[in-house]
Ligand binder design. Structure first.
Ligand SMILES: [Zn+2]
Length: 123
């Protein structure tokens, strides 16, 4: 099961003025979560409301997360940068396919390491 998916940025109509856009949008989304939690706003049945509430809360967290947090941009960057071709090792253990010719015993080709990381984080 995927633990992280990439969705388009939520369309936020308004937010506080004079603060960075990510903070303004996160603030708006958190206000929506507070309205749902207080019973002011309902979306469908209780299961649907809970799902929408959690989706909105997660989006607010991602907007203000540091760039190094997996799930924001890093997974997509890694996905874009890795070569889809498999490694091809020479008799010295270097990866000919990706140009990492002086890998030491126990070292992985960075492309293989990146693919393993993406599989681990559920991308
Ligand atoms: Zn390789």
């Amino acid at each position: 099961m995927l633990t992280t998916i990439t969705l388009p940025r939520p369309h936020v109509p308004t937010g506080p003025q004079g603060v960075p856009e990510d903070h303004a949008d996160a603030d708006y989304l958190r206000a929506v979560v507070m309205k749902i939690d207080s019973g002011f706003t309902r979306v469908g049945g209780s299961g649907v409301t809970a799902m929408i509430r959690n989706l909105i809360a997660d989006a607010a967290e991602v907007l203000e997360a540091p760039p190094s947090t997996p799930g924001r941009d890093i997974q997509q960057l890694v996905r874009d940068l890795i070569d889809r071709d498999d490694c091809e090792f020479d008799h010295h253990g270097g990866c000919q396919a990706h140009g990492y010719l002086s890998l030491q015993p126990g070292e992985m080709c960075p492309h293989a390491e990146a693919k393993a990381w993406l599989a681990k984080v559920g991308a």
